[in-house]
Design a binder for this molecule. Structure first.
Ligand SMILES: Nc1ncnc2c1ncn2[C@@H]1O[C@H](COP(=O)(O)OP(=O)(O)OP(=O)(O)O)[C@@H](O)[C@H]1O
Length: 124
């Protein structure tokens, strides 16, 4: 069955936002890795309120949470495409999945560094 694209400017954009929101809900409710990242994001936000972090610290923390969840979502999409186009073992599929996971690693290390810079001085 062909997918009919809505090319109207206003309704087309509104539908894109709706599909994007539904996609975010699908990510959070079906993907364990995204559930974990979402849970960590909520926990860090609660900690931010408890520790009364500054506006600048909120900016960096919010960016870090968004960065990790976005890259994790894209990594999940890459994994799904890879499994769809080639479910069997293939060296190149392994390489593609590894480098997509590597992108999550960069984002996660950045978030850990930001978290450490914000909270370690408050605990020592
Ligand atoms: N079809 C395949 N061919 C070759 N290697 C694969 C294949 N599928 C997975 N792998 C290897 O296994 C690793 C994990 O793949 P998988 O799809 O389970 O990702 P994951 O990060 O564990 O998934 P999830 O995010 O769902 O927990 C990949 O990074 C890759 O090295």
């Amino acid at each position: 069955m062909d997918f009919e694209k809505d090319n109207t400017f206003v309704t087309g954009r509104l539908k894109s936002v709706k599909y994007a929101f539904l996609g975010a809900v699908k990510l959070i409710t079906t993907e364990h890795s995204v559930m974990v990242q979402f849970g960590i994001g909520i926990a860090m936000s609660v900690l931010g309120f408890i520790m009364h972090i500054s506006a600048t610290e909120w900016l960096f923390q919010t960016l870090a949470i968004g960065l990790v969840m976005s890259i994790e979502g894209l990594n999940t999409a890459v994994e799904k495409i890879a499994d769809f186009i080639h479910p069997q073992f293939h060296e190149k599929i392994g390489f593609i999945k590894d480098i997509a996971a590597g992108a999550v690693f960069f984002a996660a290390m950045t978030a850990i560094a930001i978290g450490a810079l914000i909270y370690i001085p408050k605990f020592i």
